[in-house]
Design a protein. Structure first.
Length: 280
């Protein structure tokens, strides 16, 4: 079926809708966990086995106080114990998480991806949710932690292996996906490292952080070598638009003022992934 053609078979439509609904329902729970990652990783706090607690009075939360979205609205944004205001960030990330499977579903629906399944949606949402967490952390803390970027890189290579096995019968169409992903990862890392060193040598200051370089490498692991130039170009355009928009709203801002580049990279990786033939 050609690109931009819609499925007309009712069973085919069901195969698109069912996993999408499941992931949309689960998304606020994932968003709640992302909130824990975003808040605790930059502070080097444990996030896997520690029970959730009020950030002000440190009282452990009861089960019903951890229900995504509902608990925040029911408590009217305040802790039931100390009445301190709960940061709206928690609600925002829980509401933002469902956007990821929604975008994957829309992209797959319009292209009618033959690979669309629970497994494909899980891989895609993994990428989207980690990128969402990285965007939030970089905006808040100007850093892209290794504990997220490096596993994302490895996951991209694992996804390439899965995709190559899933499309083995159509090798003439998809090609050697894993090799291309590995090349994208290594060359992305090497090119950005060289570019960062050149910038520092010429300008005498850091232009790209190590986290940005690792995120580009992770993007190469998910998208492959062929998509890497478009990804970097798209990220550069988004970064320029960010700077211009900031000056429109903050006219006294310096043009040399540092901005987090991670959000532009993450958005670029996500957009290219959604339209990439190797993800469809």
């Amino acid at each position: 079926m050609s690109i931009f053609s819609l499925p007309t078979d009712h069973y085919a439509i069901f195969l698109l809708v069912e996993p999408t609904l499941v992931f949309l329902i689960l998304s606020p729970i994932i968003g709640s966990f992302l909130g824990v990652l975003i808040r605790r990783i930059p502070l080097s706090q444990p996030f896997m086995v520690v029970r959730s607690e009020c950030e002000t009075c440190l009282k452990p939360l009861r089960p019903w106080e951890m229900i995504p979205v509902f608990s925040y609205l029911y408590q009217k944004g305040r802790c039931q114990n100390c009445k301190a205001k709960i940061a709206p960030f928690h609600l925002h990330i829980e509401l933002a998480a469902p956007i990821v499977p929604a975008f994957v579903a829309v992209a797959s629906f319009w292209t009618y991806s033959p690979l669309y399944s629970y497994a494909y949606l899980a891989w895609s949402c993994l990428l989207g949710w980690v990128l969402l967490a990285l965007i939030w952390i970089d905006i808040r803390h100007f850093r892209l932690p290794d504990i997220l970027t490096l596993p994302l890189l490895l996951a991209g290579l694992a996804n390439g292996l899965w995709l190559e096995l899933a499309t083995a019968d159509n090798f003439h169409i998809y090609g050697d996906i894993l090799t291309e992903r590995l090349a994208g990862c290594l060359l992305g890392w090497g090119f950005l490292t060289a570019l960062a060193k050149l910038y520092k040598h010429v300008r005498g200051r850091t232009g790209l952080g190590a986290g940005d370089i690792k995120l580009v490498a992770a993007g190469g692991a998910w998208l492959g070598l062929n998509a890497l130039p478009a990804t970097i170009f798209c990220a550069a355009i988004l970064g320029i638009l960010h700077v211009v928009a900031r000056h429109l709203y903050q006219r006294h801002a310096s043009w040399s003022q540092a901005i987090p580049f991670g959000p532009a990279l993450a958005l670029s990786i996500w957009l290219i992934y959604l339209i990439s033939p190797h993800s469809l």
